[in-house]
Design a binder for this molecule. Structure first.
Ligand code: ATP
Ligand code: MG
Length: 298
């Protein structure tokens, strides 16, 4: 599918399929087109061209039917600040034509699920950022969705709150809820996602399980070299040919290799302007940097 805003191509032609019951990660730098893609899936933006089916239904012809079967957690906080925690859920239930009694019992169950039952009577501004995120997840679940779409569900959360959200998302997966999420936290994608797509400039540049992508694009180990101030380019130039891959981010040079110990030894004996060398296992973050480059976006 393609999405243009006037002269701006936000999504240049992405193609992917999310299987029932899986957690699918949509990863990419700022401005890559993630939110725009999710908005098309949620039927709040129309594709400019291409084909997009959700639950096998065409988004152009069946937006209402699709919206009734999915839950959305938006990138920004979109709660009603004038209402209490509980009221935010009850108001939302009306979109699904849910009866008052059912809405009430569902709201109580979901508040317990996200551990906000003690705050049910508080207005939204009294909640911390992490609590607001959890409330947004509860709200997205009010309609008992088959597909949960989450646009950066844990941005700005502390480690405890992030783990709490991960735990809830895992529980939902066990119950068979399909999940499509974006995140800038590669550890989050590794923890939660069965498969991920890396998107850049509105196109999918790689797809697979996190482990497959690590093997395919980085290898087993990464030697991280802290270059002396301003020396990263020179250091990278000397070391690139010794490794399977080489990425620079700021003053750090990342060398991809199958045999880290040997490479660490060689870096040490070369006498380059280097302040430190360390060895670690390759991660999805290395894949991301390799595929989407080193420069900051927008
Ligand atoms: N309503 C709009 N009108 C014009 N341009 C838009 C609109 N929405 C998005 N864009 C542009 O489309 C591109 C993709 O934006 P999008 O929000 O989808 O990126 P993203 O991958 O979600 O980024 P981030 O990680 O920062 O949330 C950007 O260049 C953005 O400026
Ligand atoms: Mg976004």
């Amino acid at each position: 599918m393609v999405k243009r805003f006037g002269p701006v191509t936000a999504v240049g032609g992405v193609s992917f399929e999310v299987r029932p019951g899986e957690c699918y990660g949509f990863l990419g730098p700022n401005g890559a087109g993630k939110t725009t893609t999710l908005r098309m899936i949620c039927c709040t933006a129309r594709p400019t061209s291409g084909v997009l089916r959700v639950f096998g239904l065409d988004v152009r012809r069946h937006p209402r039917a699709i919206k009734g079967r999915l839950g959305v957690v938006h990138q920004g906080v979109t709660l009603d600040e004038a209402l209490t925690v509980r009221e935010n859920l009850l108001v939302y239930a009306r979109y699904f034509g849910m009866g008052a009694r059912e809405a009430r019992s569902r709201a109580e169950a979901l508040l317990a699920f996200v551990e906000l039952d003690a705050r049910a009577g508080d207005r939204v501004p009294k909640l911390s950022g992490g609590m607001q995120r959890r409330l947004m997840i509860a709200r997205a679940l009010m309609g008992d969705p088959e597909l949960l779409v989450l646009d950066e569900p844990t941005t700005g959360l502390d480690p405890q709150a992030r783990h709490a959200v991960w735990d809830r998302l895992r529980q939902l997966k066990r119950r068979g809820v399909t999940q499509l999420l974006t995140t800038h936290y590669m550890e989050e994608a590794e923890q939660l996602c069965d498969r991920v797509a890396v998107v850049d400039h509105g196109r999918v540049v790689a797809e697979g399980t996190p482990q497959e992508l690590v093997h395919r694009y980085v290898g087993r180990e990464v030697v991280e070299v802290q270059a002396a101030d301003g020396a990263a380019a020179v250091v990278a130039e000397h070391l690139a040919s010794l490794a399977d891959g080489c990425e620079v981010a700021g003053d750090r040079v990342f060398l991809h290799t199958q045999d880290g110990e040997e490479l660490v030894h060689r870096v040490r004996v070369l006498g380059l302007p280097v302040e430190g060398v360390s060895l670690r296992r390759a991660t999805l973050e290395d894949v991301f940097l390799r595929l989407t480059g080193r420069r900051l976006r927008e």
